[in-house]
Design a protein around this ligand. Structure first.
Ligand SMILES: CC(C)(COP(=O)(O)OP(=O)(O)OC[C@H]1O[C@@H](n2cnc3c(N)ncnc32)[C@H](O)[C@@H]1OP(=O)(O)O)[C@@H](O)C(=O)NCCC(=O)NCCS
Length: 199
């Protein structure tokens, strides 16, 4: 049936939901729409999530502006695992003006980044993030022409650093005072995917 009232279909799919931009291993990455905003706000209200992603809860208006209206060349997606929405992942090719923050310059080409969270803390620590991040990095290299795939967890975010290492990322550079969270500057690791990432 085409159209419909937007009610949930088996597997959690809604009529009118966009096609996934990436699918593998039970995961579908589906572009965020207006209908996802309440779920995102609920996920980011969880301290276990906003402690490490954004630093504070967010409103629907903020998410609408940043995720739907910013016009930035960023693929912002809901992650579905076997149809169930489990989190958010965004990926992007670094624009020249973004590269300075991670210690790179315009001559560093083909650099892609990703940011991720799983919205329900009950899902943390079960290996989902490892499979997800590895699969996305592999597909950015295979299908999007990424020469380097990087990620930038806070140094104290031990679960994220461990997850990304398990997924095939290596720490390549300390990024001092990288992000300000509730008034305090936090260092981050620049991590790069692949066996030949510099150590
Ligand atoms: C970071 C995140 C995406 C990782 O996904 P995940 O499914 O929880 O990660 P995994 O279960 O695949 O791997 C986590 C690893 O960290 C380990 N770990 C968990 N807590 C840890 C801690 N406090 N110290 C050290 N290691 C820890 C786990 O044991 C696991 O390692 P193992 O597989 O060797 O046992 C998820 O936890 C999350 O969304 N966290 C909140 C938001 C966030 O931090 N986003 C990332 C911002 S960079």
């Amino acid at each position: 049936m085409v159209g419909g009232d937007g009610a949930a279909a088996p597997g959690g799919y809604r009529a009118g939901m966009p096609e996934p931009v990436m699918s593998f291993d039970g995961f579908d990455l589906v572009p965020i729409t207006e209908a996802d905003l309440p779920r995102i706000v609920a996920w980011r209200s969880r301290p276990e999530v906003h402690e490490w992603y954004g630093g504070r809860p967010v409103t629907e208006d903020e998410i609408r502006r940043r995720h739907l209206e910013s016009g930035e060349p960023v693929a912002r997606c809901i992650v579905r695992l076997h149809g169930r929405p489990v989190g958010h992942l965004q990926f992007y090719e670094y624009l020249d003006e973004w590269k300075g923050a991670i210690g790179l310059g315009p001559s560093d080409t083909g650099v892609w980044g990703l940011d991720v969270y799983l919205g329900d803390p009950a899902l943390h620590g079960r290996g989902i993030g490892t499979r997800l991040v590895r699969g996305v990095a592999e597909r950015l290299a295979a299908d999007h022409g990424a020469e380097r795939v990087v990620i930038d967890p806070h140094v104290e975010n031990l679960a994220a650093v461990q997850c990304y290492e398990r997924a095939g990322f290596r720490r390549v550079r300390l990024l001092p005072a990288y992000e300000r969270v509730r008034g305090a500057w936090r260092d981050a690791w620049l991590m790069e995917f692949g066996d030949d990432a510099a150590t």
